[in-house]
Design a binder for this molecule. Structure first.
Ligand code: SAM
Ligand code: SF4
Length: 362
């Protein structure tokens, strides 16, 4: 039955929801490999065997939100809070540019104060000026107003990542305090489209209580809202969070299960959404040293090497055992480049590597 469904994919046919769910439920090792190989063929056909680098700058761990899973949630008193100054963010973006990364991603906790919004706008403008417009800029700065999205877009950033986290309303409620809203999250994704961004979303996989039906619905949601990019990863507990305190640290078997689920989701999203960009999340590497390369082999085509100054990295710990926190940007570039070329892919140095889907839908 699995081979029959994968055959359908090879013939270019759409999958029904129950077929997507059946593929997500695969546990047999040969079937899993067949799924990954099939997703890789779809990737080769639609986006090629090129991995694009986006240097990620984690510019502040100050956050007004309190998501129950996240290590930098506002109630975690064990985090030393930091905010990089403008020059530091710009310097790291220029480092990414000079090291031939086509793009940078600026990410932080969520902040809506005017000073922060103005600062991001100035930073984006300056990076664009200093790189002659050549460095692509992605933002991942949470829920904002339509005006803010418009201002940041006009300043020169052009891609925005905002994970929906889960589309199951009950599960969403369990993950967030009462002042967070799934509807608002969806509205923000609509605003991002309206204000002209290439829009990315994603979910966490392996959340307590999450079912394969939930993940199937998440994939169908991404298809329905016609998303351009996906950045998603396995949920990994953080000891200083309400969710993390209820879950003991993962055993090796749990890590393996979380990794497999992460890879299956990448494969399924590649199969269903075909020509979008899919990032192999750093969280995959927290579960397995070569997790990100495995993600590329299952259908992902974007990697986000950390270009944040090493001194800040330990304070941007979203989950326990986050990798690369004691490395510097050059080490990240070197080891990723070697590992990616080692699996037979090329790296799209100096290229933005925009979502092909975005150009088709606009
Ligand atoms: N504050 C912005 C937001 O929430 O959209 C951007 C930064 S936030 C740290 C980026 C992503 O980290 C979230 O969308 C969430 O999925 C992920 N994240 C947070 N805690 C995590 C955990 N314990 N395991 C895996 N991913 C986590
Ligand atoms: Fe803040 Fe984002 Fe973490 Fe939620 S996931 S607490 S919004 S940084």
């Amino acid at each position: 039955m699995i081979r029959k469904i994968l055959n359908k994919v090879d013939c270019g046919k759409e999958l029904a929801p129950d077929e997507i769910k059946s593929l997500l439920e695969i546990s047999d090792a040969d079937d899993l490999q067949a799924l990954y190989d099939c997703a890789y063929r779809v990737k080769e056909r639609h986006v090629g065997k090129v991995a694009y680098f986006r240097g990620i700058i984690e510019c502040s761990n100050i956050c007004i939100k309190d998501c129950y899973y996240c290590g930098i949630r506002k109630s975690n008193r064990n985090v030393e809070r930091f905010q990089m100054d403008e020059d530091e963010i710009i310097r790291e973006a220029i480092w990414a540019f000079e090291n031939e990364y086509g793009s940078a991603v600026i990410q932080s906790g969520e902040r809506k104060d005017a000073a922060y919004i103005d600062m991001i706008e100035r930073v984006v403008r300056t990076i664009k000026e200093k790189t002659d417009g050549k460095l692509g800029i992605t933002l991942s700065l949470g829920e904002q107003t339509e005006e803010t999205y418009r201002r940041w877009r006009e300043a020169g950033a052009h891609r925005y990542l905002l994970r929906i986290e889960t589309t199951n309303p009950e599960l969403y409620k369990k993950l967030h305090p009462a002042d967070h809203s799934l509807e608002e999250r969806k509205r923000c994704l609509t605003l991002l489209k309206k204000t002209g961004w290439q829009v990315g979303t994603g979910v966490m996989m392996g959340l307590p209580g999450q079912t394969m039906q939930d993940l199937t619905d998440d994939i169908l949601f991404m298809k329905e809202i016609d998303i351009d990019m996906v950045g998603m990863g396995p949920y990994i507990p953080h000891r200083d969070t309400p969710m993390g305190q209820e879950i003991p640290p993962y055993t090796d078997a749990q890590k393996q299960a979380a990794l497999t689920l992460g890879l299956k989701m990448i494969a399924l999203i590649r199969i269903v959404l075909k020509d979008i960009n899919i990032a192999a999340a750093t969280a995959l590497q927290a579960l397995e040293h070569t997790g990100r390369e495995m993600g590329l082999q299952c259908g992902a085509n974007v990697i986000m090497p950390n270009v944040t100054e090493t001194e800040y990295r330990p304070n941007y710990t979203l989950y326990d055992n986050k990798p690369c926190t004691d490395e510097n940007s050059s080490m990240c570039r070197g080891c990723l480049t070697a590992r990616i070329t080692g699996i037979g892919e090329t790296i799209g140095f100096n290229e933005w590597g925009d979502s092909r889907h975005y150009f088709k839908r606009t």
